[in-house]
Every structure is written in C-alpha cells, then in structure tokens.
Write a protein that binds this ligand. Sequence first.
Ligand code: FAD
Length: 317
Amino acid sequence: MKVTEHLQNATSTLFSFEILPPVKGKSIQSIYEGIDPLMEFNPPFINVTYHREEYVFKERGNGLLEKITIRKRPGTVGICSAIMNKYKVDTVPHIICGGFSKEDTENALMDLNFLGIDNVLLLRGDAVKTEAHFRPHTDGHAHASDLIQQVVQLNHGQYLDEEMESPTPTDFCIGVAGYPEKHVEAPNLATDLKYLKQKVDLGAQYIITQMFFDNKKFCDFVTACREAGITVPIIPGLKPLTTCNQLTVLPRFFNIDLPEDLVNAVEACKTPQDVKQVGIEWTIQQCKELMNFGVPCLHFYTMSKSEATAAVARAIF
Ligand code: FAD
C-alpha cells in the first residue's frame, strides 16, 4: 500500500521510522534486531536510506596511493524486500540522484516495481565526502525535481527508450524531503520553499522533514508551506538525542540548531544514561505537541538503533 493511502486511512497519528543498511559485511540480522523492538507500535511503513559511493585511498606499499571507490552500506533494495517479506509492512526505499545515470535510475525502479515496492522517497543526495559540491552523474539528475520527473514519466509508461512497444506504466507513490531550518545550500527559506513547491507541483505526494528539535520551527515551516500553496501532508522527522557528542555532531551533519534548553539540560547530565533520558523526554514532549498540532505521522530517524525510539513510542502510542 502507498504511504498516502496509509495517511488517508489513519484514524490516529501514525508511527514510522527510518533505518540505515548495515555496513557491508554485517548480516541482515542486525537490521532485524533494530526493527523487532519497534514492531509493537505498528509502523505502516519503514524507510531505508540509500548510501552512495565513497572514495578511499589505499597505500600500495611503494609510497603510492590508489583511489578506490567503495559503497560502505549497499543493499537498500534487498533490505526493503526482506522487511516486506518478514514483517508484512510497506517499505520506502530512498532513491538519490548522486552517482546514478538516468538509465541506472530506471533499472533500479524496475527492480522495485518487480518486487512490489510502490513507494519511493526521492532525493538529490549529498556531495561525495571528498568533494565540496554535489556533482551529478554526467547523464543523471542535478536535483530531486529532475528525478521526480523521471518517476512521473515512468508512472505514465514513458521509459527512456521512446520506441518501446506497449510499455507497462509503474505506479510509484513519491515522497520528498523538506527542511524546516532550510537546506544548507539554499540562499534563504523562501527560495528553498519555492523549490519544494516545484517538487510537489511536479508530482511529490508528501514531504518528510529533516530532523528538528524546536517544534516552533516545524510549525512555522508548515504554515509557510501552506501559504506557499503546498497542500500535501508534511511528516515531521524526529530523532531522540542520545549522546553528549551529538550536541555538535547533529548541527554539523544536518545543519540544524539545537534549542538552548536542550543543550543546557544535556550539559547538566552526570552520566551517559542521564543524557539518553533527557533526549527521550525532550522527544516525548515534542511528539505530544506535534500531535496537538495535527501531524499525520511521527517519523523517527533511528540510525538503526531502536532503544531510544522505542522508549519514546512507548510513551506516545
Ligand atoms: P533538492 O530538492 O534537489 O534540493 C537541494 C538544494 O537545491 C536545495 O538548497 C534547494 O533549495 C535547491 N533546489 C532544489 N531544486 C532546485 C532546482 N530545480 N533548481 C535550483 N535549485 C534547486 N541523503 C542520502 O544520500 N541518502 C538518503 O537516504 C537520504 N535520506 C534523506 C531523508 C530525508 C527525510 C531528508 C530530509 C534528507 C535525506 N538525505 C539523504 C539527505 C539529502 O540527500 C540532502 O539533504 C541533499 O543535500 C538534498 O536533497 P534534496 O532531495 O532535498 O535536494
């Protein structure tokens, strides 16, 4: 079933979450161990992130370095299919522009279609770690909006090979990312919203936001979206803060602010367990307020660690 159908059929706020594929070499069991404790909260869908290639330099013994391309967390499509088989819940693979030609994208979408996966979250992806800016594949897409157009065309039976006879249309439900605190590269929030609206006008059916810790930023964002004419569901992305280290890591990686009260509460903690508890309680409070605000679903970034998300869900659902 499609995410939009789950949202339409819901009689109360839904619970969903995102996981990462395991580091290459680890078994799928590590994925199941992260999912098992969360199944009692009845997620209608689970998102699985996509991780593009990275470049590493290996010493070759003669003083020379060899540049090697690796993907540390492959397996998004296989994991989606395995989760659907094991738990009978829908999955939402993330599909990115980075590293993909249009042909690669079409073939990946074929795999999803044959596996009965009819949800996708379409994203641009970030620059590879060794590069300062995002560079699209020479025959790929520069923005999520271009990727949306390809998927919408496929939903209309338009494949890259225009001479194909009687092509079968796909039927993907399309989600996209939104940024309550604006995307890092956007010159301002208004410009970012203009492009978000473009994504929706092109065919995106719902938005999942970047994580945020200040509900006001989310509520202001929703208001601004509605004023800009964006009418699709907006799902808040949440992450319980679990370590002191995240006070600096989360702002750096996700370009978000952490509220002063949260930072002060974490800094006053005496043990790592205290920090976890502060993070959990903060997220519980966020969830209660967001439910009052009328969000359709609470979406958790588990980073494949379920303990804190389970503690929040236990208090909420
Ligand atoms: P876009 O919508 O293309 O926007 C990128 C920037 O370009 C923005 O500043 C925007 O304002 C601007 N822009 C948009 N369209 C246009 C246009 N047509 N012309 C000019 N400027 C434009 N990354 C991964 O690698 N794998 C994942 O699985 C993944 N999952 C994510 C899930 C969520 C819910 C979120 C919020 C992010 C996720 N990301 C993931 C990170 C994401 O790939 C990065 O934030 C990336 O930098 C932007 O992706 P986007 O789809 O928002 O890009």
